[in-house]
Design a protein around this ligand. Sequence first.
Ligand code: HEM
Length: 520
Amino acid sequence: MTKQLDLTDIQGNVIRAYGRFGYPVARYVFLNIRDSEIARDFVGAVTKRVTSSVEWGDGPGQIKQPNWTVNIAFAYQGLKELDLPRSSLIGFSHEFVAGMKDRRDILGDDGPSSPENWDPIWVGNRQTREQDVHIFISLNARLPALLEESYAWLKALVAEHKDGVVILGGNRGDDGVLLDYQDVNVVMEDGKPTSKEHFGYTDGISDPVFEGTPSYDLNVEGRGKQMEDGSWAPLATGEFLLGHIDEAHEYPPAPQPVLLSRNGTYMVYRKLHENVATFDSYLEEHGKKYPGGKELLAAKFVGRWRDNGAPLVKAPDAESKAKFDMALMGSDKDGKDKLLSDFTYDDDMSGAKCPFSSHIRRINPRASLEMVKGSKPGSMIFNEGAFDTPGALTNRRRLLRRGLPYGHVKDRTRDDGNHGIIIMMLNADINRQFEFVQQQWINYGNDFQAGSDKEILLGNHSADEKFPSKAVLQVDPDSDQAPYFLSKIPRLVETRGGEYFFIPSLTALRMIAMGVVDPT
Ligand code: HEM
């Protein structure tokens, strides 16, 4: 039995997606360091208020759920400014040192997604020392008024350390106005909070389960890794936290000393704008032609139905969807979780139910890239005989997802409003996990035998007439139906900025604040 992790040492945003724990609003603030010593003092003051992963409860001796949470992370330049010793700095990964903007080619951040079009805070980032994003602070709150309370606390703390740290402006808000922070909030429908994003999909369902987290063994089906006997097991902790054994039975590469990296992780922060008008009109246009109709087509883009997230492998058509919905309605929370998450692609190796270029199949292929046993005639055969472990190609590419939508859609006929998603992916190895998924599985289709077809929702589709993007929606190989071709796919999602950060443990934060990272 795996020992539970030291939750008092791990920052709360690593273990919890706050949105699901009753925090519908959040604010992300970015700071620049002007004086190392004062900045370390500031980090020490923030650390005292940092929310850990410890379990909450109302019983005696238990820690009550806070009204607002505080978490902190650093870009590489920030760690340098805080005077981390060279012997530690050289241990951080190459891509973290380089930063997101420098990795634009690998990430496919081109055309409308290229850094010149990012929010000013990111365009200036890494150009001059005064414009560099050094520190990231996230505040999550149970109510908007409590978010303001948390921000007032942060501003007062910054004012106390005004010669050491400044809040950077340049986050684009409504009508292009530039703000000192990035706000995010759940999408409201008829005055009620929803788990929807701006294209109308139910989001925030699947998140990896790994060893040592609270009740990891309860929610493992569909969220952990697939085993040979068909069961599920939690992923190795080292896929998501430094200083722990990973799926290769090794410690992930990490900076020294061990106390600096252990229980910390890397975070990929990305602001993604959603072109809602383009999405709606493309869906409308093809929805009229697509044999299953518009809503099934929308489900094919993602791999889940928009209204309740029903997975296509379990509910591939209107009839099975109606049955799925009945079962979902009659289930308690755990039953719902199982219905929505517990599935594989084993019975859909042809892609007839969930297309190979849909969002969730590309991002988490769930052992379908090595599946050979029992494949039906006509199925795609991936890597036959090359692997004896299901998930060998997937288990090392998993991502923890944090964040919420930003902005409100005021006019669905326009793309240029302030609306999208702030997504934060947490992983132990940015290159092996996030960057690989982004480059090889989102913007390229070869591993899925889909040639250069990109993932439908996120691909950096080209408007170039010579090479317009397309994707194939597969059909049952035994039917006489022809596959459906999505032609000239427009760019639905555009990058508006981001950076790579390091989320230290509480121990490491104290060491950084005291300037004793490597006392030797
Ligand atoms: C505007 C951008 C995006 C939208 C609208 C979006 C939407 C969705 C939706 C609707 C789901 C299904 C519900 C769920 O499983 O929670 C999902 C799942 C997921 N998304 Fe995204 N997403 C976006 C960007 C990204 C990016 C950039 C990544 C990472 C590179 C990502 C990673 C994931 C992962 C890991 C899952 C879970 C897949 C699974 O385990 O089955 N998403 N997303």
